[in-house]
Design a protein around this ligand. Structure first.
Ligand code: PLP
Length: 502
């Protein structure tokens, strides 16, 4: 149980004064022997947590504020033993977590961590490098370039693509659209900005009505304005309609606006639909627009040759984002932005003040490829995951997840009172309850109650979306611990909840 650490204010003041005069001995890190012992215990804590994860409900049964009420209001003045802190991992952190690694976590796209990924995170924290420049992180820089190139090869992307690791797909897409803006001729936005310019036409970006909200955030951050993000309607299979895209581009050009980029989604968030990438690539080329592909979730499936025909056209993109932290078993965070012409990112972002100049020439300085200067050593966990599973191991796991999703989809199709509402190209199934004779609105309310009931039970966690205005339940398979028994359990729970509710 946690203590109240609040120190009396006088004590704080006098302690600060003492610190200023006491430079006699370096206080240093925690003692080496203590750290070593704690590291061994952390290894056990991690292994125990993962071994016991099934025993937790996927979402903790707590109310908002419950965790903060258990924490001391003020920070501890005196050092606490590492063992006591680690006791709180067991007593406070683990039980009050939403367990993304739980076999029943089938809600959002997975953040499917793995053992090798955990090892990579721990070791990255130990070396704790800030690889802004080659000089400040030589192995980090080169390993990032190399691991990204391994991933590129696994995905059968052309050799000219260079990978750059970011924290999230949101940031990767932001950088891609910044490069798109920079590439657009005659605008000089890097130097002159966008405000107060009568010579600058509105710049337009196109994506489908199913594209992720990160594209809206990129549009607003980069000053395109949400009004100039054209969300093109999708077809019956939730893919961007090419005819409507063509019309929108033509209308914008006729009105003096300047089309800058089109974003195709490979695996949309709601249904995992895939925009017609080949057609989008051709339009982008014809219109001299940047073509960005958001494959944050589904591009990982491209390591399996049988999924590549679904992705045709991705190789013609100017930039592609994929998140190994979603479906390639690398712990959060790790997003890879592949760019065909990396000089566009440098043109958009490189600024080298005196204090960041180094004597090496011909090296990659990762700070030149995005907004952030400092960066952590994310490539280590990616590299370790790729090595520990091998391409074959990763491929088998993705295939297994897709096979489980197909099995669940077949069950939905056969189950009276349930309806599947989208194709299942990967690991996600969208469905809803459709009691005969029930009108649309009560049906939506029923599905909302159904999801609440299913999630309250504990062993599984599903999410929802709206498609064409209708409430829909989503089940995603992508976790390393999920098995056929977990899918059967999900089916049982859904069936029982349906029976209770109508
Ligand atoms: N793009 C798609 C298709 C997504 O589904 C998501 C999140 O689920 C994102 C982008 C955003 O990912 P991130 O959390 O890495 O920014």
């Amino acid at each position: 149980m946690m203590r109240d650490h609040r120190p009396p204010p006088d004590e704080v003041r006098s302690s600060v004064a003492r610190t200023e005069t006491a430079a006699a001995a370096a206080p240093g890190d925690v003692p080496e022997a203590e750290l070593r012992r704690a590291l061994h215990r952390v290894a056990d804590e991690i292994a125990d947590y993962l071994a016991q994860i099934r025993q937790y409900p996927v979402i903790p049964k707590i109310t908002p504020g419950a965790v903060r009420r258990r924490l001391p209001e003020s920070p501890p003045l005196e050092p606490e033993p590492l063992d006591r802190i680690l006791d709180d991992f067991r007593g406070l952190i683990a039980p009050n977590t939403t367990h993304w690694g739980h076999p029943g976590f089938m809600a959002y796209f997975p953040a499917a961590g793995s053992g090798p990924g955990i090892l990579g995170e721990a070791l990255a924290a130990a070396v704790n490098v800030n690889a802004m420049l080659w000089r400040t992180g030589p192995v980090q820089t080169e390993l990032e370039e190399h691991a990204c190139d391994w991933l590129r090869q696994m995905l059968a992307l052309p050799a000219e693509f260079r990978g750059h690791i970011n924290d999230t797909a949101s940031v990767s897409s932001l950088l891609a659209l910044a490069a798109a803006r920079e590439r657009t001729g005659g605008l000089d936005i890097r130097r002159r900005g966008m405000a107060g310019r009568s010579d600058l036409p509105p710049l337009t970006v196109y994506c489908s009505d199913q594209a992720h909200s990160s594209i809206d955030k990129a549009a607003l951050t980069l000053g395109f304005g949400l009004e100039h993000l054209r969300r093109i309607d999708s077809d019956d299979a939730f893919r961007m309609r090419i005819d409507l895209l063509e019309q929108a581009i033509a209308a914008d050009k006729a009105a003096g606006r300047r089309p800058v980029a089109v974003v195709g989604t490979l695996g949309t968030t709601s249904t995992t639909s895939i925009d017609p990438l080949r057609e989008l690539a051709a339009i982008a080329r014809r219109e001299d627009m940047w073509f960005h592909v958001d494959g944050a979730y589904a591009l990982s499936a491209g390591i399996c040759p049988e999924f590549r025909p679904l992705m045709e056209g991705v190789e013609a993109a100017d930039s592609i984002v994929t998140n190994p932290h979603k479906w390639l078993f690398v712990p959060v965070d790790c997003s890879v932005l592949f760019v065909r012409d990396p000089s566009m990112l440098r043109r958009a972002f490189s600024i080298i003040p005196d204090y960041l100049q180094t004597p090496e020439t011909g090296v990659t300085n990762l700070m030149d490829y995005g907004v952030q200067l400092g960066r952590r050593f994310r490539s280590l966990k990616l590299w370790m995951v790729l090595r520990a599973f091998g391409v074959r191991g990763l491929l088998e796991r993705i295939r297994y997840h897709c096979a489980l999703a197909q099995r669940f989809a077949a069950w939905v199709d056969a189950e009276p009172g349930l309806e599947r509402v989208a194709p299942v190209p990967f690991g996600t199934v969208c469905f809803r309850a459709v009691p005969p004779g029930m009108a649309e609105e009560p049906q939506d309310q029923l599905n909302e109650r159904l999801l609440t009931e299913i999630n309250a039970a504990g062993p599984i966690f599903l999410s929802h979306t709206r498609l064409r205005g209708r409430y829909v339940i989503r089940l995603t398979v992508g976790n390393l611990r999920t098995t056929a028994e977990d899918i059967e359990q999900a089916q049982r729970l859904i069936r029982e909840s349906c029976q209770r509710l109508w």
